[in-house]
Write a protein that binds this ligand. Structure first.
Ligand SMILES: Cc1cc2nc3c(=O)[nH]c(=O)nc-3n(C[C@H](O)[C@H](O)[C@H](O)COP(=O)(O)OP(=O)(O)OC[C@H]3O[C@@H](n4cnc5c(N)ncnc54)[C@H](O)[C@@H]3O)c2cc1C
Length: 408
């Protein structure tokens, strides 16, 4: 249906960040067009993505404002406690650990976050797109973008041209719009792979998230709601595992049968969940980190993984992307209400100032944590265990970490 459409914002990339931002803008009456190169329905299929996101409290507000929270197919499971431990494979965790209880964080005693399955968020996005009168979605569709001082034009191949004030690049790590704008990036490669799958276990998790640091990388166990899933046979006690290993070792682990894999899990986890059983499929993701040198160009803003990618050690990658979406939506909605040009240099500069330092700080922290914990050096081990115990006793510092984990 060639022709020209007028819009305020064109978001390229309907992943969790671009899709949520588009819903948030459209819910506020901003005329928005969303374009993705891939077909959207298969993304909701169980085999598409095995990740489960730890959604921080701040990100939950974004999902509510976008109208997505109530569309999630399964109720998100709250994270009430977080335990950080240090150890070695086959040995009990160090007794010097860090325990965060959500009631100690101050304020309303909100959970630290909620576990949301990637495919659940996808189903909510796909369903909600249909209901927003200020949103037009083109997928699967290729797009060509031209940007000028006064406006940008996004031409959907075989479809209309969209004239808009602002284009948002949300196409993930390989963002073609970022590259076309000549924005350089700094990359860090980790020789690590993130393995993701679910486990059923005998004992309840009591809504506790565990981050167990091992020399080859962190081993995280995150509390999920009971499973009704036919693939898992239904299970009352279920957790999501995010297990980082050196890439060669990960290949071996992923090939283990369920019984051997369960044994390897117990060697790392100990017995706090009783007997464990891997359930469903296993996914793996090569790990790297990346930061764009600029987040903006003429009539262009980068958001989510197009702007930054971090190690999943703290489960914050999507939360950072959601914080981009919160900042960008706030600026766009305010500019529209005040009759300002929403894609002009001034709001874009404010967006970059609001988001780049925060993302850079999180990248530095997650990179530093990975390097600090991925070593067997006994001196470093002792120093970090003492550091963990020190933070556990230092009330204000501990509260600061807790509020940070909540996205406050
Ligand atoms: C092992 C692992 C565990 C993780 N766990 C967590 C966690 O617990 N919590 C958390 O906050 N984060 C987590 N993350 C990070 C999180 O998965 C990412 O930050 C998030 O997926 C980024 O979303 P996005 O929408 O920016 O990009 P993407 O998810 O990459 O989506 C990009 C979209 O753009 C589309 N696209 C691509 N190219 C084009 C194009 N040329 N034109 C149009 N569309 C295009 C794609 O089809 C896709 O739909 C984890 C990451 C890993 C690897």
């Amino acid at each position: 249906m060639p022709g020209t459409l007028m819009a305020d914002v064109c978001v390229v990339g309907a992943g969790p960040v671009g899709g949520t931002l588009a819903c948030r803008l459209a819910a506020a009456g901003v005329e928005t067009v969303l374009i993705d190169r891939a077909p959207l329905p298969p993304m909701a299929h169980p085999a598409f993505d095995g990740r489960a996101y730890a959604i921080a409290a701040g990100s939950r507000v974004l999902l509510q404002d976008a109208g997505l929270w109530d569309c999630l197919p399964d109720p998100p499971h709250p994270i009430l406690d977080i335990r950080v431990t240090d150890g070695r494979v086959g040995r009990p965790a160090s007794r010097l650990h860090l325990h965060f209880d959500h009631r100690e964080a101050g304020g309303e005693a909100e959970p630290f976050g909620w576990m949301v399955e990637a495919r659940g968020l996808r189903r909510a996005l796909n369903a909600h797109f249909q209901t927003l009168p200020h949103l037009r979605v083109f997928a699967p569709a290729e797009v060509t973008v031209e940007r000028a001082d006064d406006f940008a034009t996004a031409t959907v191949h075989g479809g209309p041209s969209i004239q808009c004030r602002l284009v948002v690049a949300a196409e993930g790590r390989q963002s073609p719009l970022r590259e076309a704008a000549g924005i350089p990036v700094t990359r860090f490669e980790y020789d690590q792979t993130g393995m993701v799958f679910a486990i059923a276990h005998d004992l309840p998790h009591n809504s506790l998230a565990l981050e167990h640091f091992l020399p080859s990388g962190p081993f995280a166990v995150l509390p999920m709601a009971p499973s009704q899933d036919a693939e898992t046979g239904g299970a009352p006690h279920v957790s999501a595992v995010v297990w980082t290993e050196r890439t060669r070792m990960a290949e071996t682990i992923l090939a283990l049968d369920d019984r051997r894999l369960a044994r390897e899990i117990r060697r790392r986890l100990g017995d706090y969940l009783g007997e464990v059983r891997p359930v469903g499929r296993r996914w793996s993701y090569p790990l790297s980190a990346m930061l764009a040198h600029r987040y903006t160009d003429t009539r262009l803003a980068l958001a989510g993984d197009a702007a930054h990618g971090i190690h999943p050690i703290a489960g914050q990658g999507l939360n950072l992307g959601f914080r981009d979406a919160i900042a960008l939506a706030g600026l766009v909605v305010a500019a529209k209400a005040n009759g300002e040009d929403i894609g002009s240099a001034d709001p874009l500069m404010r967006y970059q100032r609001a988001r780049r330092p925060d993302n850079m700080a999180m990248l530095t922290m997650t990179d530093g944590l990975d390097r600090l914990f991925s070593t067997n050096n006994p001196v470093v081990r002792l120093a970090r265990d003492l550091g963990i115990a020190g933070v556990d006793r230092a009330g204000p510092m501990k509260r600061m970490f807790m509020r940070r984990a909540m996205g406050a």
